[in-house]
Design a protein around this ligand. Structure first.
Ligand SMILES: *Cc1c(COP(=O)(O)O)cnc(C)c1O
Length: 376
């Protein structure tokens, strides 16, 4: 059996090696490392794929979130509502910009932001909501957009884990995650569903003005070289990464289908086990399975992780500490925050290996060992 990895970017590369190597060498030949034609070609292709008017490339997903908040001109003290159960990047940039993170609960089935909890958290200082399409499942955007409209709030979608995921509105309209809010942000970190061979990120919007603003902010606040209109930063996607991403974008649906096949295998293997809750898929969302995350019931998780590791099966806890309990946010005085859903998920989740290169032998080995431990 091939060794099992959480992600296997090397094997994925080998399938497209010829095409990728050629594209990289073309960039080397033109020497347009920054802002070359591959960047324009890739962002145009990504806009077409997502059905969004503007795609603004940047250096990584964290920068994308930061640039989004800068472009919306949020001011120190403004409150930004985000789930506590997410990767730190989402909430870190809020604090970095001296905005106030307001943590809310997630739905215990979808792991995504809970609209009821959002409503309760709104104050006169609230300016934005940041739903995260966690693990590859869409947040309940129709409700979030309705709340935002009612209270005149911006919506920044953190789409780092769900690129390619379809959302279906009650009237049957379908949209891609990352294109429904005021701004969408994504990451091309190598392990993401659309991953580069290094760092990368992008912003999405249908608003011409915001697109212009975000492009300027990512480029030192300038439109015309050396004339700096606003305070910005330096955040670029380089040509080599864009060339690689353009090739992988053509395969994104295939890659996401391969992930879904892995999830289907696990779901079948774990079906009916009282100690395992398999991932739920809401009727409004597809699922692109950035992670395959189980909830354990009455299982010693640490012991399971060790047992799997002994059998050379990696597993991960995404995420062991929720935002409201991170030391970095101590100054916000959140120690008394009561988040029963988030806290219980934090203790119950475990993510199993999922990527585009897994075979049945590996999947059966993994699921057999999980069940062996759980049913002992
Ligand atoms: C990966 C990720 C980010 C940050 O992306 P980077 O490219 O690593 O900066 C932000 N939010 C979520 C939910 C992520 O998974």
């Amino acid at each position: 059996m091939r060794p099992i990895q959480m992600v296997d970017t090397k094997s994925q590369y080998l399938h497209i090696k010829e095409e990728v190597d050629k594209a990289i060498h073309e960039v080397l030949d033109t020497a347009a490392y920054i802002n070359g034609k591959p960047v324009q070609d890739f962002t145009a292709a990504l806009s077409a794929y997502l059905g969004v008017k503007h795609t603004i490339p940047c250096a990584n997903g964290t920068d994308a979130l930061q640039i989004a908040m800068m472009a919306l001109n949020l001011q120190p003290g403004d409150e930004v509502i985000t789930p506590s159960f997410t990767y730190i990047a989402t909430t870190e940039v809020v604090a970095l910009l001296r905005l106030t993170p307001v943590f809310v609960e997630v739905d215990p089935q979808t792991f995504c932001i809970d609209p009821v909890s959002v409503r309760k958290a709104i104050t006169p200082k609230t300016k934005a909501i940041v739903p995260v399409h966690l693990y590859g499942h869409a947040a309940p955007m129709e409700e979030i957009l309705a709340i935002a409209k009612e209270h005149n709030l911006y919506v920044i979608e953190d789409n780092a884990q769900a690129i390619g995921c379809d959302y279906t509105f009650t009237d049957g309209t379908k949209k891609k995650t990352g294109t429904m809010g005021t701004i969408g942000a994504t990451s091309f970190y190598p392990s993401k569903n659309l991953g580069a061979f290094g760092d990368g990120g992008a912003l999405f919007t249908n608003d011409d003005n915001l697109a212009h603003q975000m492009k300027m902010i990512a480029n030192h606040g300038q439109q015309k070289r050396y004339y700096h209109e606003v305070v910005g930063c330096n955040s670029r996607l380089d040509s080599i990464q864009a060339a690689v991403l353009h090739i992988k974008l053509k395969k994104l649906d295939e890659y996401n289908a391969a992930r879904a096949a892995v999830a289907a295998f696990y779901n079948k293997a774990f079906a009916g086990n009282a100690k395992i809750v398999t991932p739920y898929v809401a009727n409004y969302s597809a699922h692109v399975y950035h992670q395959y995350t189980l909830q354990l019931r009455g299982v010693d998780r640490d012991a399971l992780v060790s047992y799997l590791a002994e059998h050379k099966i990696p597993s991960m806890i995404y995420y062991p500490v929720p935002g409201h309990k991170q030391d970095m946010f101590a100054s916000f005085g959140l120690s008394k925050t009561n988040m029963p859903v988030t806290d219980s998920l934090t203790d119950a989740v475990i993510s199993l290996p999922i990527h585009t290169e897994m075979d049945e032998e590996q999947l059966s080995y993994i699921s057999t060992h999980v069940l062996q431990f759980i049913n002992q």
